[in-house]
Design a protein around this ligand. Sequence first.
Ligand code: 4AD
Ligand code: MG
Length: 478
Amino acid sequence: MQRTKVKDLLQGAEVGKEVLLKGWVRTKRGNKYVNFIAVNDGSTINNLQVVADEKFSEEALKDVTTGAAIAVVGQLVESQGKGQAYEVQATSIEVVGKADPETYPLQKKAHSLEFLREIAHLRFRTNTFGAVFRVRNTLAFAVHKFFNEKGFVYIHTPIITASDAEGAGEMFRVTTLDPINPPLTENGEVNYEEDFFGKATNLTVSGQLEGELAAMAFSDIYTFGPTFRAENSNTTRHLAEFWMIEPEMAFYDLKMNADLAEEFIKYIIRYALEHNREDIEFLGQRLAEEDKAKPQNERQEMTLLEKLEFVVNNDFERVTYTEAIDILVNSNHYKKKKFQYEVSWGVDLQSEHERYLVEKHFKKPVIVTNYPKDIKAFYMRLNDDGKTVAAMDILAPGIGEIVGGSQREERIDILVERMKGVGIHEEDLWWYLDTRRFGGCPHAGFGLGFERMVQFVTGMGNIRDVIPFPRTPQNAEF
Ligand code: 4AD
Ligand code: MG
């Protein structure tokens, strides 16, 4: 007999027929005469109710406990009870894998997200994490669908690299040298020429530079892979290992880049709303519950669904960095000295500034463009004013920066100048500079932090709760 997934059974396709159902017990309740077993197999947030009547002795059901894996044969019938349309009238129940109720950590009661993080190997089995990771899966699929429909080529850029694409020096070293007794140069420094790759290498912080090379042949490409940053930030928005989507387009300017990013974000949100409605509704209720515990002025103005519908149906705001600084400096918030960090032309926007712009001032996603060149990466195209670069950050309510991107510097002399300014050697990036020498053209691209996107769509407050096994300072469990 073929197993049917709970999602399909709940749609009633096989009503009246004998079905085989496999999954994990969420709860069992009942008495001597009848027991109701809620079974979930991960295909949907909803459980399927299995009814075990007096045919089943107490002994036969003793191992049917929360967490156990079971296989049930029975008839799919319309349910008499409230709460579900269909249920399975069991004829046989096999316990495939027991879960000792004395030691199984997931009990019926609600567990805190912090506790569930410590048992991340089991948290997939909760309603919340089931919903989060189904939404994550859908978003990942939508990313590929969007770019595929537009004729972008998916490029796999290297994970081990010798270059620091962002020039921020936040890299994890990759080496096979003996950490206690490494080979040394005459100057007493570690001699990476003797290392596995014959040079010092790291885990990539971004696939952009290699992506640019491919865009100079395919016109439109994207990457979607893991990236690594050894920044010691213990925040709800930073991971040491996160997934990034980086499209790169030849013959694009900054405006076209921003248009694509906005269309892309709306597309994947819409796709999740269409394909994971129940999961998102559940997560929305979760948030609403959480909100009730907060003081009135900290509560959300919109429900999760309303927020997502709003983002999909409205234009993002667009301002330059200079305009953003003006807004901040003229705000009451600033006048009342409520910003912790300095605000003036030239400083990088801190998360408190970004949140003010997005959540208090515009109340919608904002694309900030043309930042001062000194606070942005070397590859961004210098504007005619000589002070700013053609950069863009997209800021989202509740998240802050979700996208970072720019038009790239295609003029080799200016690019080399900027590299010198930040201490990057021409020899190390000879291949990157070659694309400016041979058939170079204006081009642009951006990077979307996938986990921040998943946070936005699921409403989860901590980035550790939207990636199965988070990597953060002092933590690499599982
Ligand atoms: O702004 P970033 O550093 O830009 C780049 O890496 C460019 N190479 C992108 C490009 O133009 N192709 O990072 C891009 C995005 C950020 O906006 C943020 O969403 C996410 O990546 N991000 C992180 N997400 C989680 N944890 C971290 N430590 C992150 N650092 C950046
Ligand atoms: Mg950035």
